[in-house]
Design a protein around this ligand. Structure first.
Ligand code: FA5
Length: 342
């Protein structure tokens, strides 16, 4: 009788000394204290023990069981302390003076160019306005002197929504609201995403960015417009770029101009980025039509103004040497992460 409990005690002592993990301790617990474990085995052999020895046998088994339980608790506590110590030792291995290696993301070229343009115009006294991407027909067309029957509506393939609203085809759609909000005099730029149902190629996307600008005051003339366009281009490129100004028709300006930039990808020789023309339409502009001022609540007898609609996505192409406009919407990190804004 003594032999069995003593052998079990010794075997357990040897096993627990080797158990180095909580998993090992748990297996030991099951092996010794579990329903089919050694202690349960001993207990079931009670019926084979002589009647006069039963009491002592029972006491011995219970004692062994308590010892095993206590040893298991002790071993668990010991393991926990060791684990804490290991973590502290590891923490002490850190060298807080070592330079960190952080993988940083990068800004999208459109974000970079937009921020740069905002800064340029902010320093020239322009406020920066935000406007919804979903607009109504009035703001996108009618308030811009483009009545429902006007052929100019064919210039833009519009995405209409089932609500009758539409996705903004140009940032000019914000002109009326901003005039009404601030009145004259007024200097504001409003960058934004535009949508047109167009076939895409190296210089056309169906989703692209523009940045509108308006300046309204007494005696604003074409020379003011040309000054601001020149200033903007010299600031953003930091070098002389060749541009050309030609007449352009937009119902919301009179007179209207097309401001083209000589393609910086091919130097004007012609390439897919400029549709082989050597030039890229960049920033149409003109003197705000009196009707548009009137719709905006501004008296055209007292105030005049200019407006421009800069192709921000095309500007990013020229500034960063991006040959195909579709790269900008591609989501390709390897292509986009190389732009740091320098
Ligand atoms: C307009 O959108 C006028 N609202 C601009 C304007 C504003 C004129 C104020 C006069 C006064 P246009 O459709 O040409 O015009 O577009 C303006 C510029 O946006 C273009 O010169 C070009 O740089 C850019 N752009 C137009 N369509 C696309 C396109 N599909 N993909 C990329 N850029 C485009």
């Amino acid at each position: 009788m003594d032999d069995r409990t003593s052998r079990l005690r010794e075997a357990f002592a040897a096993r627990i000394a080797q158990a180095q993990s909580s998993d090992a301790l748990e297996s030991l617990r099951v092996e010794y204290l579990g329903k089919k474990g050694h202690i349960a085995d001993l207990m079931s052999s009670l019926r084979e023990v002589r009647k006069e020895d039963k009491k002592e046998f029972g006491q011995r088994v219970n004692q062994l069981k308590s010892q095993i339980e206590a040893q298991l608790v002790e071993a668990r506590d010991r393991l926990e302390i060791l684990e804490e110590q290991r973590m502290i030792d590891q923490a002490e291995d850190y060298d807080v003076t070592m330079p960190m290696s952080l993988e940083t993301g990068s800004y999208h070229p459109i974000t970079l160019i937009q921020r740069e343009m905002e800064e340029i115009f902010r320093t020239m006294g322009f406020t920066i306005e935000d406007f919804s991407e979903i607009v109504d027909d009035y703001n996108c067309f009618e308030a811009l002197n483009i009545p429902p029957y006007h052929p100019a509506r064919d210039m833009q393939d519009t995405y209409y929504l089932s609500t009758g609203q539409l996705l903004k085809t140009h940032t000019s759609a914000a002109q009326n609201s901003i005039m009404r909000k601030y009145g004259a005099p007024l200097r504001a730029i409003f960058p934004g995403r535009c949508f047109r149902n167009e076939a895409t190629d190296a210089c056309h996307e169906n989703t692209f960015f523009q940045m509108e600008g308006i300046m309204i005051d007494k005696d604003i003339s074409i020379s003011n417009l040309i000054y601001f366009m020149k200033k903007m281009l010299s600031e953003v490129f930091g070098q002389d770029v060749t541009v050309r100004l030609r007449p352009g028709f937009f119902p919301f300006v009179e007179p209207g101009f097309e401001l083209d930039i000589q393609c910086l990808i091919c130097g004007g020789d012609g390439c897919p980025s400029c549709k082989n023309s050597g030039w890229l339409e960049l920033c149409p502009c003109g003197m705000i039509h009196p009707n548009v001022l009137r719709y905006g609540g501004i008296d055209p007898e007292e105030y005049t103004g200019f407006a421009f609609g800069l192709g921000l996505t095309r500007l990013a192409m020229m500034k960063y040497g991006i040959k195909d406009i579709r790269t900008l919407n591609s989501g390709s990190l390897s292509a986009l992460s190389q732009f740091t804004g320098k």
